[in-house]
Design a protein around this ligand. Structure first.
Ligand code: PLP
Length: 388
């Protein structure tokens, strides 16, 4: 591949944090020993690596205790394990109109199986959600509120702390899909009153694909039942899943090389500082918005104000006048700018921001982009839409 600028970071971060690939290779080359299954040095080393990564996740997201940090393959599996493990017949769930299909599809399947009902709190045209919309939907059967921390379509952040406070006050569990926010903006389970935090390792956390986590509050940890059953290397005399966490939610062999990579990525984020990462990505986004706001043929969906640095993450959706989004994305790719086009697994979010059914071209930025990268992207976009 020749010249390119990858502004498709919301799909998966690329490149990963420095040292991630080496850490994965090191794990494999050192023997790739399994955890919790052998009583020899290599197995203990793996156990220590797992323990340390749990600690890193727990520190970054303020989990109440280490055993409540359970590994999964990403947000998708974490949310399925959560929703199927916690919801019972007759339960009601509230979610937002900005959700990814990782939230919407398991909820819809549960509803189609006549197990639960759910309601949608509607965001405004910029993708912002008024927490009062959630209050209006609460029923006596409401067990869970689940929202994304930031939209993968418009980049809009949802008001986690306000929603967490409402849930705490009403005795409702609060779950968050952190896919587009983790590693960029702070999320605290304790301060935001989050009962279940679904994490994916390969986006803002700058780790490899195949690893994620589900972090639980104590009440959620008590309620959740195992959905995936199998061996845990512990309590092997039992033919049922063991009660203690994390074992209850970690049947089968974990994605150990990916966890080794994630651990290095989490170290890098810690050293770089979440604040610095967010500020730089906010600078990039502000510059991009300034530039595209000056291109009359380009329309930004969601928040277009470059000054709103806290209300969003570095994800911007656009359409160009008179040009199909697929054609624009294709032309951008030919000029070396990688984007994602379409509905981004979130059709309802596009309905909310009025970009349905055609979808948008989505630009998403990384810490290692520079302002001159952003200018180049904007120049290329401008020349494509001006020449038609
Ligand atoms: C908001 C949101 N939720 C969930 C997911 C699913 O993440 P994963 O595929 O890593 O499970 C994504 C990924 O695109 C996302 O953007």
């Amino acid at each position: 591949m020749g010249f390119f600028i990858n502004t498709d970071q919301a799909s998966t971060a690329s490149p990963k944090a420095p040292g991630v690939g080496e850490a994965m290779m090191r794990f494999i080359d050192a023997g790739a020993f399994n955890a919790s299954r052998g009583i020899y040095a290599g197995a203990f080393d793996t156990e220590a690596m797992l323990y340390r990564t749990r600690e890193q996740l727990s520190d970054m997201f303020d989990a109440p205790r280490l055993k409540n940090v359970t590994f999964s393959s990403g947000v998708t599996l974490a949310l399925n394990v959560l929703l199927y493990g916690i919801l019972k017949k007759g339960d009601h769930v509230i979610t937002s109109s900005m959700e990814h299909n990782a939230v919407v599809r398991p909820l819809t399947q549960l509803r189609d199986e006549s197990r639960i009902d759910f309601s949608l709190a509607m965001a405004n045209k910029e993708g912002q959600l008024d927490p009062e919309k959630i209050v209006d939907l609460i029923r006596p059967q409401t067990k869970l509120v689940i929202v994304t921390a930031a939209s993968n379509v418009a980049g809009t952040r949802l008001p986690l702390r306000d929603i967490g406070n409402i849930c705490r006050e009403k005795g409702i569990l609060f779950a968050v899909d952190s896919a587009q926010a983790a590693g960029t903006v702070p999320i605290s389970m304790l301060e935001d009153h989050i009962d279940a935090l679904a994490i994916t390792g390969h986006k803002g956390l700058l780790g490899p694909q195949g690893v994620g986590a589900l972090l639980l509050s104590d009440p959620a940890a008590e309620l959740i039942q195992a959905v995936i059953c199998g061996g845990t290397g512990s309590f092997s005399h039992l033919e049922t899943m063991p009660e203690p966490l994390p074992d209850r939610l970690e049947a089968g062999t974990l994605a150990l090389p990916a966890i080794a990579g994630l651990s290095v990525a989490l170290d890098w984020i810690e050293e770089t500082g979440l604040f610095n990462i967010h500020q730089h990505k906010a600078d990039l986004t502000a510059r991009f918005l300034q530039r595209v706001n000056e291109i009359p043929q380009v329309r930004v969906f969601g928040i277009s104000d470059p000054e709103d640095r806290e209300g969003r993450v570095a994800v911007v959706s656009v359409q160009a006048e008179g040009m199909d989004p697929s054609e624009l994305s294709q032309r951008l790719a030919e000029a070396g700018v990688l984007t994602r086009v379409g509905l981004h697994c979130a059709p309802r979010a596009h309905q909310t921001i009025a970009s349905y059914p055609e979808g948008t071209v989505r630009f998403s930025f990384a810490y290692n982009h520079s302002l001159s990268d952003i200018d180049q992207v904007a120049d290329i976009l401008q020349s494509i839409v001006e020449t038609g």
